[in-house]
Design a protein. Structure first.
Length: 131
């Protein structure tokens, strides 16, 4: 029994071979970054599952995590290195008909404030709550 091409597509609208594309992108970018950064053991590249967007078609987000001291090396002067990473990913995305978008995860920019934690911090510091 032969299977049709349409059966290769999942009913949840995911594209075939996108996991393979994400794995290849993770491998290529992690190898390139390990040669650039000062702490190669801290390089982590994660590919998100492919998503269907309204305008751009299919897209994969690559999250790049490196040591906080290496973030500037990954981004480069005026973003030149991250642009080069995007350029490396363009032919791979074209082969699989998927847009691949790298993002640098910066732990210094994360703002994780929970109301309970904020309340406890105010109580500890004896700061009035504003009421």
């Amino acid at each position: 029994m032969t299977t049709s091409v349409s059966s290769a597509y999942d009913k949840r609208d995911s594209r075939p071979f996108t996991t393979e594309c994400g794995e290849i992108a993770e491998d290529v970018i992690s190898r390139a970054l390990e040669a650039i950064v000062s702490y190669p053991a801290d390089v982590r590249v994660r590919a998100s599952p492919a998503r269907k967007t309204n305008n751009a078609g299919w897209r994969i987000a690559l999250t790049i995590s490196v040591h906080p001291d290496d973030i500037g090396l990954v981004i480069g002067t005026e973003g030149e290195r991250i642009k080069a990473i995007r350029t490396l990913l363009t032919p791979l995305g074209a082969r699989f008909k998927v847009g691949i978008f790298p993002y640098v995860d910066n732990p210094r920019d994360r703002r994780r404030f929970d109301r309970d934690d904020d309340y406890e911090d105010r109580q500890d510091a004896n700061i009035p709550s504003g009421k």
